[in-house]
Unconditional design. Structure first.
Length: 271
């Protein structure tokens, strides 16, 4: 059926993007059914990417961690905000230079696109997630941004989860640099639909025939929607079924968890 710029609900779903935390795992614990859901995608040869806004780890490190939780996901099926940031910088300014505040997930991604990491007049200051923010590194970042380096951050999340309580995340440290310099970063990760578009390109998928699954209305669902995809909200993570009504947009469908899609991956809206 012809639409006027909207998403065609009749088009079959040929590929999947799925958020990781709150959808497949809770930190180090498997969400029941996530293993069956993923193996069904694999058995049916359905292209998919697992997305995470966390830029700490490389896909290889994530693959190893996920294997411990009981999920076997090839490293090429993992898409982090660090990879999305590297892809963005490679498009914008190939062969550039950057001062990085972050971990191997980010430095490896930037090395892989041929970036030189330096604190000497870099094109960009790129801020990512780390658990060891150093006053010295943040001072250097502030001075470089103040002198004109373009300010990029992998993801806007103000906090992240941990068993002991909240952890300050990239968005909070970005706020510190912004307060000092008066300069806002450009955030590449969710909810920026850029992260979904680069993920789609990575697997050669089209937005009209791709489903985005996430546990957050304010990141996953809005980013999927703005990238032109149909979306499913799972209530196994942050957003609840009741909270959906508080947003001016809605997912295509709400389900309890990805376990509900087992047996239906070829027709996730038919069930
Ligand atoms: Mg999540």
């Amino acid at each position: 059926m012809a639409h006027t710029g909207g998403v065609d609900d009749n088009e079959p779903i040929l590929s999947y993007l799925t958020d990781m935390d709150g959808v497949l795992v809770h930190e180090d614990h498997l969400i029941p059914g996530a293993d069956k859901f993923l193996s069904e995608l694999q058995t049916n040869g359905i292209p998919y990417l697992v997305l995470t806004n966390n830029s700490i780890r490389t896909p290889r490190d994530l693959q190893a961690r996920l294997r411990h939780t009981g999920l076997d996901i090839p490293e090429e099926c993992i898409w982090t905000s660090a990879l999305a940031t590297a892809t963005f910088l490679d498009d914008q300014r190939p062969g550039g230079t950057a001062y990085v505040v972050g971990e191997s997930g980010l430095t490896t991604a930037l090395h892989d696109i041929g970036y030189v990491l330096t604190d000497s007049d870099p094109d960009y200051v790129v801020l990512g997630e780390t658990r060891t923010y150093s006053f010295e590194a943040i001072t250097t970042a502030i001075r470089l941004v103040d002198r004109g380096a373009r300010f990029i951050a992998t993801n806007p999340d103000p906090t992240g989860p941990s068993r002991a309580g909240l952890l300050p995340a990239t968005g909070s440290v970005a706020a510190l640099i912004t307060r000092a310099t008066g300069r806002e970063p450009y955030y590449v990760g969710k909810p920026n639909p850029l992260m979904m578009r680069s993920a789609l390109r990575r697997i050669g998928a089209h937005s009209q025939s791709t489903l985005m699954i996430g546990d957050r209305m304010d990141t996953d669902v809005i980013a999927g929607l703005e990238a032109g995809m149909r979306t499913i909200l799972v209530t196994s993570g942050i957003s609840t079924r009741e909270s959906v009504e508080n947003y001016p947009y809605r997912p295509t469908r709400v389900i309890d968890s990805v376990a509900d899609l087992v047996g239906h991956v070829g027709d996730p809206f038919g069930a």
